[in-house]
Design a protein around this ligand. Structure first.
Ligand SMILES: *[C@@H]1O[C@H](CO)[C@@H](O)[C@H](O)[C@H]1NC(C)=O
Ligand SMILES: *[C@@H]1O[C@H](CO)[C@@H](O)[C@H](O)[C@H]1NC(C)=O
Ligand SMILES: *[C@@H]1O[C@H](CO)[C@@H](O)[C@H](O)[C@H]1NC(C)=O
Ligand SMILES: *[C@@H]1O[C@H](CO)[C@@H](O)[C@H](O)[C@H]1NC(C)=O
Ligand SMILES: *[C@@H]1O[C@H](CO)[C@@H](O)[C@H](O)[C@H]1NC(C)=O
Ligand SMILES: *[C@@H]1O[C@H](CO)[C@@H](O)[C@H](O)[C@H]1NC(C)=O
Ligand SMILES: *[C@@H]1O[C@H](CO)[C@@H](O)[C@H](O)[C@H]1NC(C)=O
Length: 439
């Protein structure tokens, strides 16, 4: 009985995806990989990508939410599409979305308001606001890549996403229409692209440190080539990915695991000093507290108070021994230094390196001056870490600034994270993907 239910479920999922794929005119049926540009919004420090959606296709800007559960967009205003389809209760899209409920809408029918549709909870993870939203499908179109340039566009005709009311956009970068969730769910972008085009559930992000040049997200099996002819796949070290058994979303049902990506920091070294840390904080406990996650919605790395204190104390001490002068704090940072005494190196300001020692052989994430120091003015550099308080949900949240110009690969099938440390050491940057189309 149980197995026949599973079989028919699998069968309908297969049918669903078979129907969902349609190559654009004259393209090979399956691209090996897809590519999206990512820019940094200077005022919110959010990372913004652009997809094409709807019929006719229009560009839709979205805040990148690495651990986010799915794509959600504002359907209340300006959603016009002849291919919008609400997900009917009990449909394959509802099952895939693990929709929590089924409902009707008591105002005029429009995208986001239809009867007999299933509902999920879109989450603005910047402001920690969540609300109910209709599950729907529509066309999404993304460019393919050979790992070096964008190629032609491919459509997923029934891409599953959630509709949200306009107010959920509050707190997001100006001009965006929602968030692109890349987390660990069946309907996050990596899984839907992988299913639609039968490539691996693997993606990589490379955030640019430049406000004017785009970084890049790759989906699927490609190498990651940056100008001038640098194959960044060769720079990856690996560490296991962990699942936090308790959801970290703003609203969730009991028993739901987190869709965010967790890794295990086993120790931290600053310069030549090994920090003494409370190891309990470095593991995820049964209530889902502790551990280390990676986030694109936190602009800077956030550390639990005792870890923050140990790291900053060691950093200040080592900086002093290099004759780097401390100056007044500049919010949100506490530890700032005069840039006068700081040398300039290929990998950023010449300050003590911070080493995150991760689980696994040779899995050391090196944070050099380019990712530790934030230039707050011409003469002042601040240590770009913030205090997360004494009992935060997650002890170490590696934020956007520390990810910039690092290639970070998420391999869901093998459950491992590949990371490059700074690409500046390889004489390239995340802004060096050649976005000139070869199509
Ligand atoms: C949903 O059904 C109710 C009751 O039949 C009806 O009043 C309402 O107009 C319908 N809403 C939509 C959006 O079709
Ligand atoms: C994406 O593909 C479309 C259609 O093939 C093409 O016109 C466009 O230039 C591509 N975009 C980029 C950034 O290469
Ligand atoms: C890049 O390096 C990876 C890993 O060594 C290799 O598998 C891939 O073929 C290389 N790609 C190119 C285009 O050289
Ligand atoms: C650093 O400290 C951790 C405990 O915090 C310990 O497990 C590790 O072996 C130490 N590493 C070195 C190189 O001393
Ligand atoms: C280590 O952290 C855990 C979790 O916050 C706490 O219960 C424990 O008291 C801490 N241990 C020490 C020695 O501070
Ligand atoms: C720091 O300054 C002192 C006194 O000016 C000098 O003797 C020492 O060599 C300097 N150290 C470094 C690492 O520059
Ligand atoms: C970027 O790619 C385009 C298309 O393949 C190529 O013509 C151009 O020379 C490349 N740019 C650089 C700087 O190599």
């Amino acid at each position: 009985m149980a197995s026949s239910i599973q079989c028919s479920l699998l069968f309908s999922l297969l049918l669903f995806f078979a129907a969902a794929v349609a190559p654009s005119f004259q393209q090979p049926f399956h691209p090996v990989a897809l590519v999206l540009p990512v820019s940094k919004d200077a005022s919110t420090l959010q990372y913004v990508t652009r997809i094409s959606q709807r019929t006719p296709l229009i560009p839709v800007d979205l805040v990148v939410d690495l651990g986010g559960q799915f794509l959600w967009v504002d359907c209340e205003q300006n959603y016009v599409s002849s291919t919008y389809r609400p997900a009917r209760c009990g449909s394959a899209a509802c099952t895939l979305a693990r929709a929590s409920g089924c409902g009707d809408c008591f105002s005029a029918a429009r995208p986001g308001c239809n009867n007999n549709t299933c509902v999920v909870t879109p989450d603005n993870t910047v402001t920690h606001t969540a609300t109910g939203g209709e599950v729907a499908t529509d066309v999404v179109s993304v460019n393919s890549t050979d790992g070096s340039n964008p190629g032609g566009a491919y459509d997923v005709t029934q891409f599953v996403f959630a509709c949200a009311p306009s107010f959920l956009l509050d707190g997001l970068a100006s001009g965006v229409q929602g968030m692109a969730g890349l987390g660990r769910t069946r309907i996050a972008l990596p899984s839907q692209f992988a299913s639609a085009f039968t490539f691996s559930r693997k993606f990589a992000i490379c955030l640019s440190s430049s406000a004017t040049a785009n970084g890049v997200i790759f989906f699927g099996d490609s190498s990651y080539n940056f100008l001038p002819n640098i194959n960044a796949s060769q720079s990856l070290a690996y560490t296991p990915l962990y699942v936090n058994p308790v959801s970290t979303a703003s609203a969730y049902s009991q028993g739901e695991p987190s869709s965010e990506y967790f890794i295990k920091v086993t120790s931290i070294t600053v310069g030549d000093k090994n920090l003494s840390l409370n190891s309990t904080l470095l593991s995820i406990d049964s209530d889902g507290y502790g551990g280390t996650k990676i986030s694109t919605v936190n602009p800077y790395t956030v550390l639990e108070s005792s870890i923050y204190a140990a790291l900053t104390e060691a950093f200040v001490q080592q900086a002093a021994s290099m004759n780097i002068t401390r100056v007044s704090a500049v919010s949100p940072f506490e530890y700032c230094f005069s840039s006068a005494g700081v040398t300039s190196t290929r990998v950023g300001p010449g300050v003590p390196y911070i080493f995150l020692v991760l689980q696994g052989e040779e899995a050391v994430w090196t944070i050099t001056g380019s990712n530790s120091m934030v230039e707050v003015s011409e003469d002042v550099l601040c240590l770009g870490f913030v205090d997360g308080g004494s009992r935060p949900r997650t002890s170490v949240v590696i934020g956007g600034y520390q990810l910039q110009d690092n290639l970070v690969q998420f391999d869901l099938a093998s459950s491992r994270l590949g990371f490059s440390s700074t690409l500046l050491g390889r004489q390239t940057t995340c802004a060096n993907f050649n976005f000139t189309s070869s199509a």
